[in-house]
Design a binder for this molecule. Sequence first.
Ligand code: XIL
Length: 367
Amino acid sequence: MGGMTRREFVVSAGVASLAVAGCARRVARPAGAMAPGTETLRGAAAKSGFLVGCAVDVHRLRDTPAYAALIAAQANLVVAESEMKFGPMRPSPTTFFWDDADFLAAFAEQHGMKLRGHNFVWHRQLPPWFAGYVTPANAKQVLVEHIRAVGGRFRGRVHSWDVVNEAIQISDGLPEGMRDSPWQKVLPGYIDVAFREARAVDPHALLVYNDYGIESDRPDAEAKRQAVLALVRGMQRRGVPIDAVGVQSHITAGQMYGPGLKAFLAEVKAMGLKVLLTEMDVNDRELGPDVAMRDRVVAETYASYLGMTLSDRNVIALLTWGITDRYTWLNGEDNRKDGLHNRCLPFDEDLRPKPAFGAELAAVERR
Ligand code: XIL
């Protein structure tokens, strides 16, 4: 944080631009270095029992000590960015690849962190054998066996499982807004099957439905929020276990997020479910190239979004999708047209805190 005092980083949602503006003056520090005595996200979260953390690239966790040290210092909750998904875990229909998931679970335990499971069911990152092997005749068995094996191996060690990820895609035109996904095609009741099996195999993990595109006040986001609420209501009516909704929070720098999401959070709470912000990043692709300007607007967006969402005590956790711009997935997908690296996360490419870190820290401290 350069020569700045921590006070200068205390950004309240309302006056974000004022406080954040000063952060552009920060001086360079060696990679990964924090100003001595600087408060950390996990330190701030510990005071209120809040959960804060990030998605982790397990390969880099293994071979990049500065990255591992940063995560150990900042997070009390971690999730594998890809390594616990169906494809990466399943080299073949009859085998499992455990090394990466085991490594992350051990890392989390060593550092006193909680672990999220992401995910049992998703339409992406399925293995190459999936399409030729899974049919309506065997799909239920394949899904149940997967959840039994993976959920069983980590039973009692997972804070929360994203049981189903991104099941709604209204433009696909199916009833209830269901996505026309590979699982939907072979097993239309897959959501109920997955949640029931997840509860049976690990009764202590919170069971989460996780989705994106439900943050903004645009009509498409409102329609998707309503579809998610209807999905969850239906599950509850049928007695299907679910404990929380994950709001991914892949949001856009410079946009305001307000009444639509707030009403959704209230509705989820009224249904007796918790909320987790599971994959936050603030995409700067709409902004010009100037670094100081981008860092300021990204930080303002962190401040206003988190000011609104974290003031709701029913939101129990915040994870960013990565921790450093060096490794953000947005450099591979959904990236800037000018080819510059996205500055969407709290730490820069040299693992130094950016204004967005100050904004996140301030929001966590207010819990
Ligand atoms: C992304 C990873 O970050 C990428 O590395 C991978 O290639 C594709 O998946 N929503 C999700 C995450 O739920 O699993 C996705 O992660 C990002 C969008």
